[in-house]
Structure formats: C-alpha cells, structure tokens
Design a protein around this ligand. Sequence first.
Ligand SMILES: [Zn+2]
Length: 244
Amino acid sequence: MTEEESKLRVKLAACYRIFAHLGWDELIYNHITVKIPGSQGQFLINPYGLHYSEVTASNLLKVNVKGEKLGHSPHQPNPAGMIIHTAIHSAREDAVCIGHLHTDAGSVVACQQNGLRHDNFYSVLLHGQVAYHDFEGITVMPGEQERLVASLGDKSLLILRNHGLLACGNSIEDMFMRLWLLQRACEIQVSADASGQPLIPIDQSIAEKTAQLLKLQTGPVAPGVLEFNALLRKIDRLDNSYKE
Ligand SMILES: [Zn+2]
C-alpha cells in the first residue's frame, strides 16, 4: 500500500466518524467513497454491516469501478453503494470523493415536488448547482447507472428524488463542504415550511449573484479544509480509533 493510500484511508475513516458525529449516519447504510490517486479506478468504501462509528482506516474496502472487491476482507461493500459510486467515479474524473445521505431534512426535500427552493441563506448559495434524479426504486440495478450519470450532468450536487442527497468533490474536504451546505439548506427549508409562516422569496438576480460569489471564492486554503479540520480535531478529542 502506498503512503498516499494510507493517508487517504485515515482521512476517509475520519470522514465517516464526522458524519456519525453530525447524525448523518443511517444504521449500516449509506456510503462515502474516495478514489485512490493513480490507481486506474480503484476507490475506498465502507464495509457493509458496520456502523460509521466502527469504520477505521484498515477496515475500509478497496474496490474498483468494475465493482470488484480487491484485497482480503471478510466484509463486502453495500450493493447499492457500488451501483451509485462506480457509475459516478467512472463517468466523472473530477468526482474524487462522493458522499450520500438519508438525513430527515435531505429526504424530506427529496420528496418535495419542487425540490430545493433557493430562498434561504444556504440554498441561495446553491442556486443553479443542484441536479435531480428521478426515483427508480432501490439503486441496485446496473441499468440505472447511465441515467444517474446523465441526471448529475456537470453538477456536483444531486438530489435523489424520494430518496436522499449526494455530493461529489475533488477531495474529501470539498465533498464534505458541498454536502454540508446542501444539508443545511434542506434543514432550513424543512423548518421554514413547518413554521407555517409566509416565506420571503429571494429575487432571481440576487440568487444568481450570490451563487456566483461562492463559485469565485478562492483563498489560500482549498475548499472545505478549514471546516473539515475543525471537525477532525473534535473527533480526535472524542475517539481517535478511526486511525487504526
Ligand atoms: Zn441511499
């Protein structure tokens, strides 16, 4: 195993623990994957059957975009996870990391006919950046892969209708930040709807301008790194067994 893969394993395992800490875990389901650089389509995924709080650097599975498990492990990957993640990792070079959620807020918005409205502080940042994929049942049929990739198009955020949320990023931190924004946007929408109060729409031109600002934002640190590292320090204080 290369040093790069070892480091990636630790970071991805930490990401699973961060998801669990935020309440983004779903029993033994859902998945976060990251491509191994220079490996020709190999990526890491969680062992199916373990809770996110049990994922460690060493028990992550190595698989490839053909859906094959590589190396020795008593565990298997989640079949639905393999369908979704092999499709997107194969089709999109820039989708280095993919995360998928079934949170209440994400799933509620995924069930709403009009999807995400760009009328709150977080969702306005995502104006024009969210794709939708129609529900076809549990994602276990290979035939859906082509349609899934077509639905995603060139976007990095995907609302799986009647199902949940998905984000791609060019790193674990980038995926995390995008998914966090989408999740927050959904949380506010669900709470705002529950308030029963009339909502204030955001003017289209302001929405476009705001979303553009986020796209143009560049700094000395790559997107999501400061945020991810802050949560990493928190996880480290609670339980750093993910490094094993
Ligand atoms: Zn799912």
